[in-house]
Ligand binder design. Structure first.
Ligand SMILES: Nc1ncnc2c1ncn2[C@@H]1O[C@H](COP(=O)(O)OP(=O)(O)OP(=O)(O)O)[C@@H](O)[C@H]1O
Length: 248
């Protein structure tokens, strides 16, 4: 059991004696000035809490859990968030917009980005490179934006080793394995074989939850609740006395 703290000296008694206050005549402005005079300085109007640092929020979780859906909704309901556009060496698909869906670069350009150390994290996925441009993060953080990164579980592990506790790591899960499988089936984007791989991978990935700071359950039909919880996490992080400080 923790022992109680014992204060031996009253803080007020340790202070210098104050200058006497003028007799009160009920005038608030006069009382204010009198208090300033008694304490020996004017009362400042600067905020007592320092401005919160911009955050890097890493959102990860198994395939189909709703990462894109949560991030899309978060951007709709909350300002001051920049969702990082990934650079990729894969060819643009019809309907995709350069600078919105991805930054499309050639393989040579991507390799020189790696060479110049321009990427926070990158991976070769099915023969195509994908990576997070550092400069984009720097530019938006300098403007006071919070940064949201969407990565797979391995990407989150890499980012944790690079950023440590300087970023906030959120793990998104479905309410149950059963719900996740149903959602993946409903999405109709995968063949049965691909589904099997994704589901087996998801089962393994859930074990990585312990390496995250927060877990958010994205339950069926409860997208707005999940987004509210992510917002609460961001708000709580902004109210921390000891703020995370991230340097890219
Ligand atoms: N809370 C929810 N309730 C019902 N459906 C949802 C919910 N969240 C997301 N979905 C739907 O589930 C499907 C998968 O979501 P989404 O594509 O956002 O997942 P993801 O984690 O980004 O997947 P992947 O990693 O495979 O790209 C989508 O059809 C999406 O609209």
């Amino acid at each position: 059991m923790a022992s109680g703290g014992c204060r031996t000296e009253d803080a007020a008694r340790r202070r210098q004696p104050f200058a006497p206050l003028p007799p009160s005549n009920g005038d608030k402005a006069e009382l204010f000035r009198g208090l300033e005079a008694a304490i020996g300085s004017t009362f400042g109007s600067d905020p007592l809490a320092p401005p919160p640092n911009p955050l890097i929020i890493v959102i990860s979780g198994p395939s189909g859990v709703g990462k894109d859906a949560v991030i899309k909704r978060l951007q709709e309901v909350r300002g001051g968030i920049h969702f990082v556009v990934t650079a990729t060496s894969r060819a643009k698909r019809p309907g995709e917009v350069d600078g919105k869906d991805y930054y499309f670069v050639t393989k040579e350009e991507f390799l020189s980005m790696i060479e110049r150390n321009d990427l926070l994290e990158y991976a070769l996925v099915y023969g195509d490179y994908k990576g997070i441009p550092k400069q984009q993060i720097r530019d938006f953080m300098a403007k006071g934006y919070d940064i949201v990164l969407r990565v797979d579980i391995q990407g989150a592990a890499t980012l944790r080793s690079i950023l440590g506790d300087s970023a906030v790591f959120i793990f998104l899960v479905a309410e149950s394995e059963e719900a996740l499988v149903k959602r993946l089936i409903d999405r109709k984007t995968e063949t049965s074989d691909m589904l099997l791989v994704r589901i087996a991978t998801a089962r393994e990935e859930v074990r990585h939850m312990k390496n995250f700071d927060y877990v958010v359950v994205n339950a069926e039909g409860k997208l707005d609740e999940s987004v509210k919880l992510v917002e609460s996490i961001i708000d709580a992080e902004k109210a921390k006395v000891r703020q995370r400080f991230v340097k890219i």
